[in-house]
Design a binder for this molecule. Structure first.
Ligand SMILES: *Cc1c(COP(=O)(O)O)cnc(C)c1O
Length: 386
């Protein structure tokens, strides 16, 4: 019986402590959250600049809804594309320094639509082993041959590229890796892309708004530009709204608009969201004090958190993992933190490699120095007691 088998599979997930539950927040996104009736200090959102609950953005969303209504009514290529979408795409392209940008409903859709539009059977994809699931899924959908190279291993990538006789080649990487917080060797990757005539697609979900001058992202920080570069920025993290965009050379973006199935066969995102996103771009561009606050908190965590067995990983981004190693110990640490009112997720295999279970702290500009102090003190006490 199909349903009996499914019930048994669910029970097995539960038995292996792999069954996920959702926690219901009763307050807007922010460090101080009411969760399941408890007041928690949260270190788990990707709202790096603290914009998700920013009143100015909520007002822009209201104004947008007044002007445009709530829905787009159709897919972009039918009749669901509005002039405010054009304005948003033009602003996004200028902001990251590319010729053109295409706005998608989510980052997951941007990635799963873009990769199959660029490569297919007979082609090859070269992907960092720690890339985000949406890039892996996009690669699988494309039916191109998938080579996964060891994390950030430029020499291994070079060997794989040299050995490939694929017609078209695509290198794909996260800019900031979501479970480690480290930044990909982007200049070296572009050099390889040039040498082996490959596209280089960079998913800047955790860098857009945070890295580079005025938060213009990882490519601008690294000073890289090329028609080979395909830039993906997501708008639900530092930008505090939702959606994503792919930016690059104008013909490349035109091709994506013609071919990306996750762009074509879906209803356009609400034009009111585009109004909020235009405001968000303004706040990001003028967000120097938010980025300075964030950088200060990252430095504070590294100064204050002195661990012996556990290890604060060497990340300069808002993603600040504490490596624990053992699965049960990581889960116990997360539970003990929760019991003291601190919300930090434990990340276990298969999300991270075996033996590298960790706590994933993410810091935002909405945290205070007191918040980080409390986190560091509690973690040091827990490590001693563990
Ligand atoms: C969050 C994330 C995505 C997906 O973006 P959504 O807009 O949330 O769908 C893609 N890539 C990376 C690296 C991410 O962290």
């Amino acid at each position: 019986m199909l349903l009996d088998a499914l019930k048994a599979d669910l029970a097995e997930l539960d038995a292996r402590s792999l069954k996920r539950v959702r926690r219901g927040l009763d307050t807007p996104c922010g460090p101080h959250a009411r969760v399941n009736g408890r007041d928690m200090l949260a270190f788990c959102s990707n709202d790096y600049l603290g914009l998700a609950a920013e009143p100015e953005l909520a007002r822009a969303l209201q104004t947008g809804a007044k002007r445009w209504g709530s829905g787009s009514g159709a897919s972009h290529l039918v009749s669901g594309h509005y002039t405010i979408h054009d304005t948003l795409e033009a602003r996004l392209a200028v902001f990251v320094g590319c010729e053109r940008a295409l706005y998608f409903s989510t980052g997951y859709m941007a990635n799963t639509g873009t990769i199959p539009a660029l490569v297919g059977r007979g082609d090859a994809i070269f992907a960092d082993r720690l890339n985000h699931a949406s890039l892996v899924d996009g690669a699988l959908l494309s039916r191109a041959e998938l080579h996964r190279y060891p994390h950030a291993d430029v020499a291994a990538l070079e060997r794989a590229l040299a050995a490939s006789s694929a017609k078209r080649k695509l290198i794909v990487t996260d800019s900031v890796f979501s479970m480690d917080g480290d930044v990909a060797p982007l200049a070296a990757l572009l050099e390889l892309a040039e040498r082996f005539d490959a596209w280089l697609m960079v998913d800047d979900a955790h860098g857009f708004g945070v890295l580079g001058p005025e938060g213009r992202g990882a490519l601008r920080e690294a000073g890289l530009a090329s028609w080979r570069l395909i830039y993906v920025g997501t708008l639900g993290k530092a930008a505090g709204v939702s959606g994503a965009f792919v930016a690059g050379q104008a013909d490349v973006v035109e091709w994506l608009m013609q071919k990306a199935r996750t762009y074509i066969f879906t209803t356009g995102a609400s034009p009111a969201l585009a109004a909020a996103l235009l405001k968000s771009l303004e706040l990001i561009e003028n967000g120097e004090s938010r980025r300075a606050q964030l950088a200060g908190l990252i430095a504070q965590l590294h100064t204050e958190l002195k661990l012996e067995r556990w290890q604060l990983m060497p990340s300069r981004t808002p993603i600040q993992p504490v490596l624990i190693g053992d699965n049960a110990e990581a889960v116990a640490a997360a539970r003990a933190l929760w019991d003291t009112g601190l919300w930090v997720p434990a990340i276990r295999p298969p999300t991270v490699p075996q033996g590298s279970a960790r706590l994933r702290i993410s810091l935002t500009a909405a945290h205070s120095s007191d918040d980080v102090h409390r986190l560091a003190q509690t973690l040091m006490q827990l490590e001693h007691g563990a």
